[in-house]
Design a binder for this molecule. Structure first.
Ligand SMILES: O=C(O)CCC(=O)C(=O)O
Ligand SMILES: [Fe+2]
Length: 304
């Protein structure tokens, strides 16, 4: 199978962002160094051992282990979430549509032998916005194990982020994100995808870290996923990405104070300065969504 949109780790953000805009996804080979990958794997092991197989449905999987709250459970994920190449790409892909983007979801998708294909879907089916639409989320899937056709590499439909909701992919339009451990698959949330079937005799393990426009509700509630005392110890950039920041001008304040000041106990007694000029400028530069009409379309989950 052709290895589409696969780049080496020294790829520049221009090529990456262009590929994602065109095809909805891109793969960067071996972006994580072997030491970091081994540390990540070691941090996941006790949680994987303590996690039972998921709900028996075609979406969550019969033989798939999932857990979230990675920023608390897995210290290495804190570095991965602020990986410069990922953030530069998010700046390009999400940046035109928001003054701030944020962490949307953190979790492990561990597909065991015997698992069948996951229902194909768009992650942005969570939001009632018709497709095609501008990117609402950007997903990263870090390969903890190798991802192969045999062991359930993510199935993805290149270009489907430009399709209307009604279009269902033909089998030959579905590709698989084959990549060695340490590689990164990035895709916009409106691209049709799903985990593959695992016909091998070892698990396929991926760490998913997703980002969303700052004015959307996060899929995983970061304020409760990470205890506040722990979040307080995180670097400022990570705190902001978790949502301890204004989502746009005046979105997400607490008692008229900046959420980052509330987290860190630096808010003072009086209303804070919200809507700073820098955020106003960013807000004014956002490409506004044009809403042409509404109709009930439901959330497409496809048996392909
Ligand atoms: O595990 C995968 O390859 C993809 C999983 C996925 O897309 C999801 O659960 O939303
Ligand atoms: Fe998904």
């Amino acid at each position: 199978m052709a290895k589409l949109n696969t780049f080496d780790a020294d790829v520049g953000v221009d090529s990456l962002a262009a590929a994602i805009k065109r095809d909805g996804y891109a793969i960067v080979r071996e972006l994580l160094d072997p030491e970091t990958l081994a540390r990540l794997s070691g941090e996941l092991t006790p949680h994987l051992e303590a996690t039972e197989l998921g709900d028996p449905d075609a979406f969550m999987g019969h033989k798939t282990k999932r857990f979230g709250a990675l920023l608390s459970r897995c210290p290495t994920s804190r570095d991965m979430v602020v990986h410069p190449l990922v953030l530069e790409t998010a700046d390009r892909v999400l940046g035109p549509y928001c003054a701030r983007y944020q962490v949307h979801y953190t979790g492990v998708m561990h597909v065991e032998p015997g698992e069948t294909v996951q229902t194909m879907h768009r992650d942005t089916g969570l939001f009632p916005i018709q497709n095609p639409a501008p990117p609402l989320t950007l997903a990263t899937m870090w390969a903890v194990s190798d991802f192969s056709v045999e062991n359930g590499a993510t199935r993805i439909v290149p270009g489907s982020h430009r399709w209307p909701d009604e279009r269902i992919p033909e089998p030959d339009e579905i590709k698989q994100a084959e990549m060695p451990a340490g590689s990164l698959l990035m895709y916009v949330g409106s691209v049709i995808h799903g985990a593959g079937a695992n016909r091998s005799n070892a698990a396929r393990c991926g760490v998913a870290l997703h980002y969303a426009l700052g004015w959307l509700r996060q899929e995983e509630n970061q304020y409760l996923a990470v205890p506040m005392e722990e979040a307080r110890t995180f670097p400022h950039q990570l705190q902001c990405l978790m949502g301890y920041d204004l989502g746009t001008v005046n979105l997400g304040f607490v008692d008229h104070k900046h959420p980052n000041d509330i987290l860190n106990g630096t808010a003072g007694d009086q209303a804070g300065v919200l809507g700073p000029q820098e955020l106003m400028d960013a807000d004014n530069a956002i490409q506004r969504f044009k809403v042409e009409g509404t109709k009930a379309v439901g959330r497409a989950r496809m048996s392909v």
